[in-house]
Design a protein around this ligand. Structure first.
Ligand SMILES: [Zn+2]
Length: 355
């Protein structure tokens, strides 16, 4: 291969995206169209095996693709290694991830490590990992994330997603609204640290958050167009990360706050729920319209306060003070030394997150 110039930029994008009701029955045809003949390894979670995985299995069988299914328990290194061993055994030419963000993350990482590609079949829309190249793992109770690879196809069945608990839908909205501050942090890091910044990826992430802001009522009504809008927005966020080659357009201080909270709180809330509350406070720090974010989340029915998250106010304050240290290479509005306890208390009180 000829040498790649240092100013070149690599993007890996999904090749096929299918969104709609009952599209899960098209997984087999999609694999055939992409020239995969099997066997396929289905990676799924214990909760979704009866829901999505059996439908995927049937779809593969109809086009003559043999498959085996492995059930994963959580997004940990051990589970990834377990799936890697199964890949050695089954020798699949493709992995099909059926489930929520955790199941998809395990398939994403194990497929990359084993030199395979994967198809994402999300059964929930609780965060943007369903379509992104980014993997979030947990090791020694510490969350960390990094770029792995993008799914070759995304098949998002809105009838399955719409039947998931509403809390997951609201959480997905929180993760998309978070791009409002993530992009502001990215721009800041570009200005202060001369970090790479891409307008196209940034605009795509911002457009997704605008879509959720505009369609809050439709999403709350759980109309099919509301679920469709959320799924499209989450996929656009995934594509924004694929274009940027980093999670930057989708993850700023509000995500660092959420990661810190997950480590500190005895009973953390959902990723998107925490990111949404983080976005209210980080929008305030940016001098942006934090009231708009709070009102949108409220209309959607996502948490906007510590109480609604089910988390003690002191853990919110502590997470705000520790967020900057979660990922020191990621410059955000929190700066290099972070917020003092007094400043954190003030931000959380003014925005009504704690009272
Ligand atoms: Zn996120």
């Amino acid at each position: 291969m000829s040498e790649i110039s240092p100013d070149s930029h690599y993007m890996q994008l999904p090749r096929e995206v299918l969104i709609g009701s009952n599209v899960v029955s098209s997984v087999g045809e999609t694999l055939t169209r992409l020239s995969f003949g099997g066997p396929a390894l289905i990676v799924t979670g214990p909760k979704v095996i009866s829901l999505g995985a059996t439908l995927v299995e049937a779809s593969l069988r109809r086009v003559g693709i043999k498959s085996q299914t492995i059930v994963t328990q959580s997004a940990t290194t051990e589970q990834v290694e377990l799936v890697q061993r199964e890949i050695e055994h089954v020798k699949p030419d493709i992995l099909v991830a059926v489930g929520g963000g955790k199941d998809i993350d395990v398939a994403k990482l194990s497929s990359m490590r084993s030199g395979r590609t994967f198809v994402s079949v999300p059964t929930t829309a609780s965060h943007d990992g369903i379509a992104s190249p980014v993997v979030s793992m947990k090791e020694a109770d510490r969350p960390y994330s990094f770029v792995a690879h993008s799914p070759i196809a995304i098949i998002a069945d809105t009838s399955i997603i719409a039947s998931s608990p509403y809390r997951l839908i609201a959480s997905g909205c929180g993760d998309v609204v978070a791009k409002y501050t993530a992009v502001r942090d990215w721009k800041l890091a570009h200005r202060i640290k001369n970090e790479y910044y891409g307008d196209y990826a940034a605009e795509l992430a911002l457009m997704s958050s605008r879509l959720i802001i505009r369609n809050a009522n439709v999403i709350k009504a759980m109309s099919s167009s509301g679920v469709h809008t959320l799924v499209e927005a989450l996929i656009s966020c995934g594509v924004a990360m694929s274009i940027a080659g980093t999670s930057r357009p989708c993850s700023g201080a509000e995500h660092l706050f959420s990661h810190a909270l997950t480590m500190i709180a005895p009973k953390p809330a959902l990723h998107g729920e925490q990111c949404g509350v983080g976005t209210i406070m980080c929008a305030y720090l940016h001098g942006a319209n934090w009231q708009l974010i709070r009102d949108v989340l409220h209309r959607i029915g996502a948490p906007t306060t510590a109480k609604e998250l089910g988390i003690d106010p002191e853990h919110i304050v502590e997470a705000l003070t520790k967020a900057h240290s979660i990922r020191p290479d990621r410059y955000t509005i929190l700066g290099e030394s972070g917020l003092t306890s007094e400043a954190a208390q003030r931000v959380a009180s003014i925005t009504g997150v704690i009272s």
